[in-house]
Write a protein that binds this ligand. Structure first.
Ligand SMILES: [Zn+2]
Length: 196
């Protein structure tokens, strides 16, 4: 019991593997604030704070002449959040973005064989790197482990063997939230009410 509690607390912010973590961080620049319950968007101030940007994203910060425009990033973030959970039609928006940010195929030697990797074009910026990471993760299946909590919309990486995790966390603490527990209590109350 104690161990599972610890796991839940730690899990809310488990990094996604490789470059997919960049995607997770990018998607979490928008969230529902725990206290106010209002949507909070970090992109506007991140776009203006070069140092904060570089800490969050190891990529050229916008504001450079050919950097990604903020509006474009907001749209990309919306579309990618909309693709989480692979709802009907999720590939359409993604393919639209990939047309605008063509990936470069590279053959990479591996042990005695080789594999093909897709990388963003040299001028692609954050949007291109995010899209390249999404494409790779769709191919290896890790993209489908990226999920948004139904309550607070926090994007977490589902490491569970069964891939059935729904909530960002069960217990609040260290920035994590208790969305799973809150939902349980809510369901319990509803059942209780219905039984009255
Ligand atoms: Zn949550």
């Amino acid at each position: 019991m104690k161990e599972s509690r610890w796991n839940s607390e730690a899990n809310w912010n488990t990094p996604a593997p490789g470059e997919l973590e960049l995607v997770r961080r990018f998607l979490n620049t928008w969230r529902i604030d725990a206290d106010t319950r209002e949507p909070a968007d970090e992109l506007p101030w991140l776009l203006k704070d070069r140092r904060a940007w570089e800490e969050r994203f190891p990529t050229r910060p916008p504001g450079d002449p050919d950097g990604d425009a903020g509006e474009l990033l907001v749209r990309l973030r919306e579309d990618l959040r909309g693709a989480l959970g692979a709802p009907e039609g999720w590939t359409e928006a993604l393919n639209g973005w990939l047309e605008g940010y063509p990936l470069v195929a590279r053959v990479v030697e591996e042990n005695r064989g080789a594999s093909v990797r897709y990388e963003p074009g040299p001028e692609a910026g954050l949007a291109g790197r995010v899209l390249a990471a999404v494409a790779r993760s769709v191919e290896d299946g890790t993209f489908f482990r990226l999920k948004a909590c139904p309550d607070c919309r926090w994007v977490f990486y589902d490491k569970s063997r069964s891939k059935t995790r729904v909530w960002c966390g069960m217990y609040a603490g260290e920035g994590g939230r208790a969305c799973g527990t809150i939902s349980k209590v809510r369901r319990y109350r509803q059942r209780h009410k219905a039984g009255e």
